[in-house]
Design a binder for this molecule. Structure first.
Ligand code: GLC
Ligand code: CA
Length: 541
């Protein structure tokens, strides 16, 4: 058993967590001031989105110096203080390593573009200018992935923004430089890494393969051996292209690659149906059940799952598949219940524990995300109506997850005392920490219970190791499963709709461990109210 199999990770988007120095931008001192809150919540790891020096074209995912801190966020002294004070609360820090690309402002790229003879030229992916763009490869942020670099008259590859040139991992010095960065941060005492778009580090451009290239696992294994493999840290890879089969390889329990990865198959149901990211369809619950059950069953005893609904790139799950109006509280708790009783390491994205929702800005000027603006330009050129573009942003845009954290009902949600870098969600008056703390019915207190049950209860072994089995597999509105270990058994039953559902079920000798309603057990059937989540124990009496 590894310690991170019992961890609960909390993801912080530093720009939007807490501002300490009145500039409207969240910062490291802000995070330090809120460590007691995270301790109260009960998490034991923080995944810190990038805080390195960066010109901030993609909110820090464009790093110009891996050994320095973004001025907006503070200094290296603040970072050291954060590591030390978090440790004091029993909380480890995970750094977000963006190693598929750097910022175009990184010293390596500044050198690389000067001349073909520069030693750093081989650090990036250049193609000769033969009078036209090297290929029709598209950036993930839309538009061509090639940009002309005038000094050498070559094109360089950027799979994201122009300011994010892709590194050439086939060049040994690049790999060694990254391993050095990892070791440097571990020497500082950090307890883990999240590896940004790590499945893109090996490419086969001739075959138009921009991820899962031929050397991917060789490089990850080498990185493991030359850096974190010998240290006691949690590693998680961001792998948009992962399947269960790939996840087994990455998270093989022999420890040769990563502790775990983010398998997005349950998030990408629409894309699996052939939809583009910005188009969306209603939830197909049967597919969701099938995909998550496959992860649970196939990975059991052979790999390790991360459990998540949200992150800084995704719309809020309560708005996407729940009901963020009249059943906001119930559906937020329902999603938490569903994932926290599965096998794996749960990730809570800031605000999820309050039931924070998507935001609806009508004025495009209120948006900040580069990906959103690229989409607007492209879709306007393609003749889309502004209304449909706005609808896509409201449902899918990344800024939905990036509005300031809602601490209180004071001005700017207690995030800052000046106008924040991005507007707060107007619903902060109702949805905030101050209101939810010590309110036994709040989403926050419910998340505290979820965390306690998995970290410190008679069910913790079962939650960590138990078998998984779907129940009511073909039911179109109910997602239910059971977990078993020895003589213990838990049943998790969730209603995915805003209507009452009655399930034929014998509640005899069952006990409610947790529920998002005050449930009264009937001897005959199980009555599930809108977005109900019920966890029952059985078999251990
Ligand atoms: C990852 C990050 C995302 C970023 C992209 C480029 O997907 O999560 O926020 O824009 O990589 O680094
Ligand atoms: Ca600040």
């Amino acid at each position: 058993m590894y310690w991170w199999q019992e961890s609960v990770v909390y993801q912080i988007y530093p720009r939007s967590f807490k501002d300490s120095n009145h500039d409207g931008i969240g910062d490291l001192q802000g995070i330090i001031s809120k460590l007691p809150y995270l301790h109260y919540l009960g998490v034991d790891m923080i995944w810190l989105c990038p805080v390195y020096a960066s010109p901030n074209e993609d909110n820090g995912y464009d790093i110009s110096d891996y050994f320095d801190i973004m001025r907006d966020f503070g200094s290296m002294a603040d970072m050291d203080q954060l590591i030390a004070e978090a440790k004091h609360f029993g909380i480890g820090i995970m750094m977000d390593i963006v190693a598929n690309h750097t910022s175009s402002e990184h010293a390596w790229f500044k050198e690389a573009k000067k001349s073909k003879n520069n030693p750093y030229h081989a650090y990036y992916i250049f193609k000769e200018n033969l009078g036209e763009i090297p290929s029709d490869l598209q950036s993930i942020f839309l538009g061509s992935a090639w940009e002309l670099s005038p000094d050498t008259n070559e094109f360089y590859l950027h799979m994201f923004a122009k300011g994010q040139p892709d590194l050439n991992w086939d060049h040994k010095s690049v790999r060694d430089a990254i391993y050095q960065i990892l070791n440097w941060w571990m020497d500082k005492g950090i307890k883990g890494f999240r590896f940004d778009v790590i499945d893109m580090i090996s490419k086969d451009l001739d075959k138009k393969k921009i991820s899962d290239g031929p050397n991917l696992h060789t490089y990850i294994t080498e990185m493991n051996q030359k850096s974190y493999g010998s240290r006691d840290v949690l590693t998680v890879g961001e792998t948009w292209g992962a399947t269960v089969e790939k996840a087994l390889k990455y998270s093989n329990l022999d420890g040769s690659e990563f502790s775990m990865i983010f398998n997005f198959s349950h998030i990408l149901l629409d894309q699996a149906q052939g939809k583009e990211k910005w188009d969306f369809i209603d939830l197909d619950l049967l597919s969701l059940k099938r995909v998550l059950a496959e992860q649970q069953i196939q990975m059991h005893g052979r790999g390790w799952n991360s459990l998540f609904w949200n992150n800084h790139d995704l719309p809020r799950i309560v708005s996407r598949w729940g009901n963020d109006k009249e059943y906001r509280v119930q559906s937020s708790k329902m999603f938490g219940t569903l994932s926290h009783f599965m096998q794996g390491t749960p990730y809570i994205y800031q605000g999820e524990e309050l039931g924070m929702t998507n935001v609806v800005f009508e004025d495009l000027n209120d948006y900040r995300d580069i990906e959103t603006f690229n989409m607007i330009n492209q879709r306007l050129n393609q003749g889309y109506e502004m209304n449909s573009i706005l609808d896509s942003i409201h449902k899918i845009g990344r800024d939905n997850a990036r509005t300031p954290f809602q601490w209180s009902s004071q001005a700017h949600a207690g995030f800052s005392d000046v106008e924040p870098w991005i507007k707060v969600n107007p619903n902060y008056i109702d949805i905030n920490v101050e209101k939810q703390m010590h309110d036994q019915d709040s989403v926050l207190e419910y998340y505290r219970k979820l965390i306690k049950l998995r970290k410190n209860s008679e069910y913790q072994d079962l939650i960590r190791d138990g078998d998984f089995e779907l129940m009511y597999e073909d039911h179109p509105d109910v997602f239910a499963y059971n977990r078993k270990l020895g003589s213990q058994r838990l049943e998790v039953i969730c209603n995915f709709h805003g209507k009452v559902i009655t399930l034929p079920y014998s509640t005899k000798s069952k006990r409610v461990l947790l529920s998002n309603y005050e449930e009264v057990l009937d001897q005959q059937d199980l009555v599930l109210r809108p977005y109900a989540a019920i966890v029952l124990t059985a078999g251990d009496e």
